[in-house]
Design a protein around this ligand. Structure first.
Ligand code: DGJ
Length: 468
């Protein structure tokens, strides 16, 4: 057993130039106030080596002139600029959370963004008054990262101000993450407007600021404002099968809560709420974690790892990390299940198994369920077609009620679900007496009888059947 890793609210990625995995995160050895941003590296995702503090916090203002680490780094900064570095990155009242690093291939710079918070002149006692995104750059993944500034970001577009909008917290940037798209464009994803909305904003070519200044930014081109009122934090974005996925938490301080994820075809377009991806999470607290990032192990074969923090609010430095395989069903729906002591091999068949055989929307009896199906599986770096037997797990079926029946695709050991309505043989008429008086299929007198699954399906209110 080694030393506990101090890289909370972090991110793990493969750095091609270094030929290793890098894990950046918050050092919380001293608790809430940080020693800075730490980095660890690994060849195999199991064994990690501490690379050091890639960005050290500052203990007193003089250090910026007297400590060679800082005086060399900021030698071209004037007094005012150094004052600002101290304000934003000191270890007595600055709040430094959720650091994320992206490498810029064009400039050859490593760019680190983080949630940069702390008091302001107007609110000297608040830890979260600044509500800004900080940015720093370095020539090496190991730092030292040089602080460039902290900024408020995009604001609610005029057309959306009639709905839920939070004027006093316009431009806020708190929990955040970064994303580099396939075309090399980078985006910052952040909780805004007092955490009541989530924004995604396009970064400039250097990845050091927004692509377009806030006053000229256009919704849908430069940024998107999402989920008004939903209060989501801790965004973790990834892309799979041409779709963007964003896992988020709710906003309950250091306490865990229920995860939710959204899916989009266009990063600055419409995002669809897909609900909670966790399966078997009895207490609805994301297995007692809060999302921080998704590790792209191999996106072609659908290998991704969910990274969550299991915060210990009374001893933050002793908080732990829970990593879980991401799994996709045949429709691309995301599932997170509570594996313990799992190995990377477990990721081998978590991809979205494509069904070549068509399934019916509804089966009208279990004898109709297919015994074999043809599927597309990912093996040795390519997709191939295969037949698989299906083992159906058939529960007790109530006549005429729709029941979800689960089957296991035995070749890949993956689950599929279908709907079955158990229609007893020789049934000619079915009267659904639970129908409401004003329902469209209710009015028997006017001949509104629906044919469903070959059965004349009549819906009417119980009172009418009883003649009341
Ligand atoms: C929840 C956030 O996700 C964390 O990064 C941190 O800011 C805590 N809130 C502080 O309460």
């Amino acid at each position: 057993m080694g030393v506990t890793i101090q890289a909370h609210g972090g991110q793990v990625q493969w750095l091609e130039k270094e030929g290793k995995w890098y894990w950046y995160g918050e050092d919380k050895t001293k608790g809430y106030r940080s020693n800075g941003i730490s980095a660890y590296s690994s060849k195999d995702l199991y064994n990690w080596t501490f690379e050091g503090y890639v960005m050290r916090t500052i203990s007193n203002r003089e250090q910026l002139d007297s400590d060679p680490y800082f005086s060399e780094l900021y030698k071209d900064y004037n007094k005012k600029e150094k004052d600002n570095v101290y304000l934003c990155f000191n270890d007595s009242n600055a709040v430094i959370e959720r650091p994320k690093m992206i490498y810029n291939k064009k400039t050859g710079k490593y760019v680190l963004w983080f949630h940069a918070d702390g008091p302001t002149v107007e609110s000297p006692n608040s830890n979260y008054a600044a509500a800004a995104a900080g940015v720093a750059i370095s020539d090496s993944p190991n730092g030292p990262f040089k602080f460039l500034g902290r900024y408020r970001l995009n604001v609610c577009p005029a057309a959306d101000k009639k709905g839920e909008w939070y004027e006093s917290s316009a431009g806020f940037a708190r929990d955040m993450n970064l994303w580099i798209d396939d075309d090399g464009t980078a985006y910052i994803i952040y909780s805004s407007e007092e955490n009541r909305t989530m924004f995604i904003s396009k970064l400039n070519d250097e990845y050091t600021y927004l692509a377009t200044d806030v006053d000229k930014a256009v919704k849908g081109k430069d940024f998107v404002r999402l989920f008004p009122g939903a209060q989501r934090e801790a965004p973790a974005l990834f892309k799979y099968n041409k779709k963007y996925y964003m896992i988020t938490s709710s906003a309950t301080g250091w306490d865990p809560n229920q995860a939710k994820y959204w899916v989009a075809d266009d990063i600055l377009g419409e995002w669809t709420d897909m609900g909670d991806p966790c399966i078997g999470d009895t207490d609805k607290k994301t297995f007692y974690t809060q999302s921080t990032n998704v590790i792209n192990v191999d996106k072609e074969s659908g290998k991704f790892i969910y990274m969550g923090d299991r915060w210990k609010s009374n001893n933050l430095g002793d908080s732990r990390y829970i990593w879980l395989p991401l799994e996709f069903d045949s429709k691309g729906k995301l599932l997170i299940k509570p594996y313990t002591n799992w190995k990377l091999e477990e990721l081998n068949n978590k991809y979205s198994v494509q069904l070549n055989s068509e399934l019916k929307d509804i089966y009208t009896g279990v004898e109709e369920l297919p015994k074999t199906l043809n599927i597309k599986v990912y093996e040795d770096g390519k997709w191939i077609n295969k037949d698989t037997t299906v083992k159906w797990n058939i529960p007790e079926l109530t006549p005429m009620a729709k029941t979800t029946v689960t089957g296991v695709l035995e070749v890949v050991d993956r689950q599929i679900n279908v709907n079955v309505i158990n229609i007893p043989k020789n049934l000619q008429y079915y009267v659904d007496c639970g129908a409401k008086k004003d329902s469209t299929t209710y009015d028997l007198a006017n001949g509104k009888v629906q044919l469903k699954n070959g059965i004349r399906h009549i819906q009417m209110a119980l009172g009418d059947i009883l003649g009341k």
